[in-house]
Design a protein around this ligand. Structure first.
Ligand code: PLP
Length: 364
């Protein structure tokens, strides 16, 4: 990305040589991102990230009487946008997952009405990593002739994605969830699918997203996508999954009364959501931070909130169990030594918090 900040910062819409070079770099990134999900480059619209991609995908859903089906475990970029659509007259059905965190395609089918215009279901949940049955939902959407959008922000680069197989009409990606930079993402829009622009102005991105392209970020995102394609082709996801399993097994062995949320469902290889009876997840985040381990409660976007994570509540956890959860996320560079480091710190941190917790001491 560095040369595109310092030397090669032409405007990709300009006709001079610098502009032409910038256009070539954007085109290359577009092809790299398209390849990751089996799309064609002209089906990729660069955005400022996952939130914008989700908003753009849902932009046609505000009309009175329009019915949208989604799940209760979506990211707030979907849930809050659809809440806004409701104020403009839309009707929204939010499907609850089962206890393992998976949405049942039969529930999606049952929610269809003649007014249904869109189904929007995520591919991997951001708190539990649970993978949703998007291929089956894609079939249901195609049979009913209803548009299907997928928020694939947490899945892209970690599991293979083929938009043709899934038969989706739109799919959201975000750079920073796959080792790319923050503030850039993309929306796949199937060729022939109409999406109403939410940013108006220039005719960039073939009139689908106005504004001068964020050149360096787009280049970085493209490279991240190309790396992800290689990483997946080399079967490296298995190694990451083995590290995640080692972490979970180590925690279960050393700490009593823990529950791995979503462990009964297929998951992306890097995410682990664990409830620790008797303590507050927020307190454990602070204790682990002091010990040199960065984890979070729920999603980073809602971490300022005192509410228990909506995803865990929708899965049927009690508020107290949902409050006691933390999310541990591995990266592609995480090593076995780092996992062992966490295992050397976490049990002690949980033990100390439990000693101070009336919730725990009254129980045991
Ligand atoms: N969708 C999901 C599932 C996410 O996890 C996130 C971010 O955490 C987003 C959307 C928003 O993406 P961004 O942070 O790029 O706006």
């Amino acid at each position: 990305m560095a040369p595109f900040f310092a030397e090669r910062f032409g405007n990709a819409s300009s006709m001079h040589a610098q502009g032409v070079q910038a256009r070539a770099a954007v085109d290359e990134a577009r092809a790299q991102v398209a390849r990751l999900i089996g799309a064609t480059p002209d089906e990729i619209v660069f955005t400022s990230g996952g939130t914008e991609g989700d908003n753009l995908a849902l932009s046609g859903t505000g009309a009175p009487g329009c019915h949208v089906i989604t799940s209760a475990i979506e990211h707030h970029a979907i849930l809050d946008t659809l809440r806004w659509s409701e104020t403009a007259g839309a009707r929204v059905t939010r499907i609850r997952p089962d206890r393992s965190g998976r949405v049942d395609p039969a529930d999606v089918r049952a929610a269809l009405t003649p007014a249904t215009r869109l189904i929007s279901i995520m591919m991997a949940n951001n708190e539990t990593g649970v993978l949703q049955p998007v291929e089956e939902i894609g079939r249901i959407a195609a049979e009913a002739d209803v548009a299907f959008h997928i928020d694939a922000v947490q899945a892209a680069g970690k599991v293979p994605i083929d938009v043709r197989r899934i038969r989706c009409d739109a799919l959201t990606l975000s750079g920073h969830k796959m080792h790319g930079p923050q503030g850039v993402g993309a929306l796949f829009i199937r060729s022939g699918t109409q999406v109403r622009p939410i940013l108006h102005g220039g005719s960039q991105e073939r009139g689908r997203r106005a504004g001068t392209e964020n050149l360096a970020a787009i280049v970085g995102f493209g490279v991240a996508a190309a790396h992800a394609v290689e990483w997946l082709a080399e079967g490296r996801a298995r190694g990451l999954e083995a590290l995640r399993d080692r972490l979970e097994a180590g925690i279960r062995a050393a700490v009593p009364a823990v529950q791995v949320n979503g462990a009964d469902a297929p998951r992306v290889p890097n995410t682990s959501n664990i409830s620790f009876d008797g303590i507050a997840g927020r307190a454990l985040v602070v204790a682990l931070d002091d010990a040199g381990v960065c984890v979070s409660t729920g999603s980073a976007c809602s971490s300022g909130s005192a509410e228990p994570p909506h995803v865990l509540l929708a899965m049927g956890l009690l508020p107290i169990q949902a409050h006691s959860a933390i999310r541990l996320s591995l990266g592609k560079r995480t090593t076995a030594d780092q996992i062992d480091f966490v295992l050397s710190r976490l049990p002690e941190a949980v033990g100390r918090l439990r000693e101070m917790s009336p919730l725990w001491t009254n129980r045991h």
